[in-house]
Design a protein around this ligand. Sequence first.
Ligand code: 13P
Ligand code: SF4
Length: 332
Amino acid sequence: MKLQKNEVLKKGFIDLPIPSNINLIEEIKRLKKEKNAVILGHFYQEPEIQDLSDYLGDSLYLAQIAEKIDNPLIVFAGVHFMAETAKMLSPDKKVIIPDLNAGCSLADSCPADKFAEFIKNNPNHTVISYVNTTAEIKALSDICCTSTNAVQIVESVAKDEKIIFGPDRNLGNYINSITGRNMLVWDGACHVHEEFSLEAIVKLKKENPDSKIIAHPECEKPILIVADHVGSTSSLLKFTKTDSCKKFIVVTESGILHQMKKESPEKTFIPAPPKDSTCGCNDCKFMRMITLEKIYFSLLYEFPTVDMSPELIKRAVLPIKRMLEISKKLGL
Ligand code: 13P
Ligand code: SF4
């Protein structure tokens, strides 16, 4: 029995019963084929969702794919700002996100009215914003970046140009230290990456002296100082494949461990623990709002869709396109 759209909207997907006679994964594959849809999945998704994704990667790769593919329907297994970026790059396509509440604490730490005021109070700056922002913030920015290309994007701006960087203070300060720039950094952060315990990481390293620490640049400075390698999710994944070390302490959202284990089954991966916790991993609660069940229902009913006004898209897509052009030139 197929429910009417308004009934589903009222109930939400969570309470909907999955028909007992279906195999969820097979049914999702069937619906994808029938509707010529694709699933774009981020490395922080649950393993089964990663395995089901047609394209799997970091935020830069997924934006590049969204711009390129022809499929009329995109299911975004990631968080809202990523789906929004896909929609801006493919405005004629239907982009759906299986749970509209899958937000991002970093994007939330930068409200558009406050950021506009910050820009106004600091005139004559080039504004670079990390993609982990709302479309409204992108519309206030000159260029976007992701953690994969942040250093190169900043270096593409003339040395004497003053720069505002937002919203992640850890990434911004890290880029300042790498490039020798003195960017004005917005005071935002990600709740997952700021939760890692330096003490626990140092303890793990002592217990595993043959390991290397690898960390995402959204982590706090002391963690980045002790890390052997700092980089985006795809950079961390590449490092675990190419480096001769056989054991890694992984300081980012634990979803990435699935690909690391898949690509280097002979190596050992230890997830870094958060502060004040008895569990071993650190998960992004927003990423984990996406479930197989919600993917199934969102494909079946083709909503919730990600929509923005054409005027907002027109302004917000410009800094994303600038970023993609620079990345393409640099082969990133
Ligand atoms: P990546 O750009 O490495 O995919 O990271 C996105 C993110 O949300 C990190 O928390
Ligand atoms: Fe946002 Fe942090 Fe989750 Fe990444 S891990 S999506 S920055 S809340």
